[in-house]
Design a protein around this ligand. Structure first.
Ligand code: NYM
Length: 216
């Protein structure tokens, strides 16, 4: 049975780059790897609806924290058979965003007092009710927030037609999400976590060794 490894982080943290580097390092070390990313905008109707909502094309839908969280969760629920097959046939299944994205962003959208409640609600929905595979290890890619924000802005210029969605363009929300992510990592929510400061030297070689040999 393979290990489910999740990469989490703010918009512009560099998750896609890390996933590509990790895939290369894990493969070079002889491991079989496959990767996937959520939301699956092109493959799932719930993800498609969530994207439309994030760009203001679904009336008032995005204003409901719980409605948005349910859409993202249903996208993952529909992916369970594929995830289980991937886990049965690879050493590592690398996932760009997973349940912790739902916990971090949606907790951050509500006041501090509601954080614990939202995080637990997401866990009960996705892990208990939907029986989603639980991550074996989660990586929080957390460069200084200004670095992530700058990358997210630059992407608008380098990827023609790409606009920032409602969450990406909200700097205060990104700051609060960063704080919730760090709390989840600190608490070891659902799995052991490793926090990676993506502004330093390439972390992929050491992470690959940790994921193939290390505990958790
Ligand atoms: N997002 C993503 C959630 O709120 N919950 C989730 O479960 C997932 C997968 O959607 N800013 C948020 C985080 C992002 C936004 O994702 C769109 P992306 O990775 O920017 O396409």
């Amino acid at each position: 049975m393979g290990r489910l490894v999740v990469i989490e982080g703010l918009d512009g943290a560099g998750k896609r780059t890390l996933a590509a580097r990790l895939t290369a390092e894990l493969s070079a070390a002889g491991g079989t790897v496959c990767s996937t990313a959520f939301p699956r905008y092109d493959d799932d109707v719930h993800a498609e609806l969530a994207r439309d909502a994030l760009y203001g094309r679904m009336g008032d839908l995005a204003s409901s924290v719980h409605a948005m969280a349910v859409l993202f969760a249903l996208d993952r629920r529909a992916a369970i058979p594929a995830l289980r097959t991937d886990l049965a046939t690879h050493d590592v299944v690398l996932v760009d965003r997973y349940v912790a994205s739902n916990a971090a962003y949606n907790a951050a959208r509500l006041g501090q007092d509601a954080h614990g409640e939202v995080v637990e609600w997401v866990r009960a929905l996705e892990v208990e009710r939907f029986d989603l595979p639980v991550p074996d290890h989660q990586l929080l890619l957390a460069p200084p927030r200004e670095v992530a924000a700058e990358r997210a802005r630059a992407r608008e210029l380098t990827e023609p037609g790409r606009e920032r969605d409602a969450y990406e363009s909200d700097d205060a929300l990104q700051a609060r999400t960063d704080a919730v992510y760090r709390q989840l990592a600190g608490a070891g929510w659902l799995s052991p976590w490793t926090v990676v400061d993506g502004s330093g030297p390439d972390p992929a070689p050491a992470l690959a060794r940790l994921l193939l040999d290390g505990p958790g």
